[in-house]
Write a protein that binds this ligand. Structure first.
Ligand code: ATP
Ligand code: MG
Length: 582
């Protein structure tokens, strides 16, 4: 491609509202333009990168035995009614009516459509298993579209769905996809981690993994062990004992042993206007981990209490999963005072007549301070195992950095990640509601056992740039670069340079190298600045040494330049490309 004809309008400055570096660079280097909030047009360079990502994904999906289909973006909402997701999905689902007043939605994901399709076409165990995939635009009216392509309202996704005859088959399909995902992200040059994720109300242990691109801007917190391979999303991560209660082994004691410890009896304390953990700490000199926090929530309309240690945070996903609740919100002040009989700030587990979920770390405290459900009163010297019911004890807290790994002696560490892929064991959730059945070898009707597997293709553009850039611009890994070689003659008017440049251009194209020729009548400084911004991995500058058959070769990722013969440049490029293809 000749750059003089390429629509790649570069900008000196990014618009002020572009916060993420990837968003700024995609705009500045002329890859995308915003059409509406969370809705983007891909200019030629952007389109080429999308295609490169698609290419890697297609190759690996095909290799894994998945079959490509293309499903409609427009879906009758009746399917969503049948699957039970019509109300659950909420305003993210973009709904509209056709001229006959029939309601449709723009597909945010395709479980309903594919389950109906495969359920209708496959009737026998002999035709199973199958995995179908597609690469298609998805629509989600996200509450907060942001960071450019990282969270769009219209975005490109690869989604795949597996159909098996039983759970063992699903396991095989799932791990087959897991391996394919590892190959895909490795080929793309991405630094990533596969982490255990929260399966929500469906799926069991190990039933879902998220593939996270490591990046500071990521919205997800990845918890990983300093010693073993354990890695999980914070939503799901567990820890053995949360420090600093290791020195208080009371959790392991029997009730009798505990009552023999030297904690004075429960005492009611007058605490006028002391409501927060911080105020209690100041007033009574107790450590934060010796306080007990009680939060009142409303779960699907019902008030409940969650009790955690003062230095811990409630993990709402864990609470939701335990209760099987769809909605969980902190109660407002009025609800809180109605159920606790006290203003906000004095809640405690003693005397509540609502379900009380107690985090397991609370049981380990031997002399705690907590609210008394009465205005201006707290209890001191609380021994949870002695003083209130631990009927619904469980893991309801976020792990913290430094906590002990649930699998080994290691310590948990935190990092930030961008979810670029998600694999999920669905089981029979959709085949049940949408009647996807088959006849087994004995002629008996069975439900298909499903998995689903997504990759955010457009999100990957941004995630890759978050990892691969410097102060001058993007640095594309070779496998996904819009062009592989940037050919830059110093002077468009010099006959020798032009001759050599054209010779190289022709040779590269004949050898199927994606080459961009900067034939613009610009100063070299301008061309090189744009080249750095656009980020093509290999650069050849043809200058005054063209007469001697020498050119300058440089990789975008390195500062080194070398003068080499044209032949050397060509073989260098071929070797680099061979490495990517193998
Ligand atoms: P998130 O938690 O980031 O909203 P999700 O759990 O809703 O993601 P899935 O439904 O699993 O995402 O979709 C599969 C993949 O599609 C995700 O792993 C992600 O890479 C991508 N994706 C999801 N939502 C968006 C979006 N709004 N913009 C761009 N990519 C997205
Ligand atoms: Mg989402």
């Amino acid at each position: 491609m000749r750059q003089s004809q390429l629509l790649a309008p570069t900008l000196r400055e990014a618009p002020a509202d572009a916060e993420a570096i990837s968003h700024q660079l995609l705009l500045r280097a002329g890859y995308i333009r915003q059409t509406a909030a969370g809705v983007y047009s891909y200019l030629p360079l952007g389109r080429r990168v999308l295609r490169k990502f698609e290419h890697v994904v297609r190759e690996e999906m095909d290799l894994a035995g998945a079959q490509e289909v293309l499903l409609p973006a427009i879906q009758p909402t009746e399917l969503w009614q049948r699957s039970g997701r019509y109300d659950l999905y909420g305003p993210e689902l973009i709904r509209f009516h056709d001229r006959h007043k029939r309601e449709f939605a723009l597909g945010p994901t395709h479980e309903e459509v594919i389950t109906t399709l495969v359920g209708g076409e496959v009737n026998s165990y002999r035709k199973l298993p199958v995995t179908m995939y597609q690469i298609q635009t998805k629509f989600r009216d996200e509450r907060r579209p942001r960071f450019g392509l990282l969270r769009g309202r219209e975005f490109l996704m690869k989604d795949a769905y597996s159909f098996d005859t039983d759970g063992d088959g699903l396991d095989r399909s799932y791990w087959n996809m897991y391996e394919a995902y590892r190959r895909i992200f490795t080929r793309m040059g991405l630094q990533f981690r596969a982490v255990e994720a929260d399966p929500g109300s469906i799926g069991g242990e190990g039933g879902t993994h998220e593939f996270m691109a490591l990046a500071a801007i990521g919205e997800d917190t990845i918890v990983s062990c300093s010693l073993c391979a354990y890695a999980a999303n914070l939503e799901k991560a567990q820890s053995v004992t949360a420090h600093p209660s290791e020195d208080e082994n009371i959790a392991d004691m029997t009730g009798e042993e505990q009552s023999m410890t030297v904690c004075p009896p429960l005492t009611r304390l007058h605490t006028p206007n002391i409501r927060t953990i911080e105020q209690l700490k100041q007033a009574f000199g107790k450590a934060t981990y010796q306080m007990i926090k009680t939060l009142i929530y409303v779960a699907d309309g019902q008030p409940i209490a969650v009790v955690v240690r003062g230095d811990h945070e409630v993990n709402e996903i864990k609470v939701k999963n335990t209760l099987g609740a769809v909605e969980l919100q902190l109660a407002d002040a009025e609800t809180t005072s109605r159920v606790t009989g006290a203003p906000v700030g004095f809640a405690g587990p003693i005397g509540l007549s609502i379900p009380v979920l107690v985090d397991e770390a609370v049981a380990g405290i031997k002399d705690a301070l907590m609210g008394a459900n009465e205005a201006d009163y707290h209890y001191d010297h609380v021994v949870p195992t002695r003083d209130f019911t631990l009927e619904r004890i469980g893991d309801y807290r976020n792990v913290r950095e430094g906590d002990r790994c649930p699998r080994c002696e290691g310590e948990l560490r935190f990092s930030k990640g961008i979810e670029v892929g998600h694999i999920f064991k669905l089981g029979t959730k959709y085949s049940e509601t949408l009647a996807a059945t088959f006849l087994d070898a004995a002629g008996k009707e069975q439900l298909m056992v499903m998995g689903c597997y997504g990759i955010g293709i457009s999100r990957l553009l941004s995630a890759t740039i978050e990892q691969h850039h410097d102060e001058n611009g993007i640095i594309w890994p070779l496998a996904i670069a819009p062009y592989q070689v940037h050919l830059v003659p110093v002077s468009a008017k010099d006959a020798e340079q032009t001759k050599l440049t054209e010779h190289l251009y022709k040779w590269l194209r004949q050898h199927h190298v994606d080459v961009l020729l900067d034939d613009r009548d610009e100063r070299l400084g301008v061309k090189l600045k744009d080249a750095d911004l656009i980020g093509i991995p290999l650069r050849i500058v043809v200058g005054k040494d063209a007469v001697n058959g020498l050119v300058e070769l440089k990789e975008r990722s390195s500062r080194d330049k070398q003068m080499v013969t044209v032949e050397e440049a060509c073989s260098y490029i071929r070797a680099a490309l061979e490495q990517v293809q193998s």
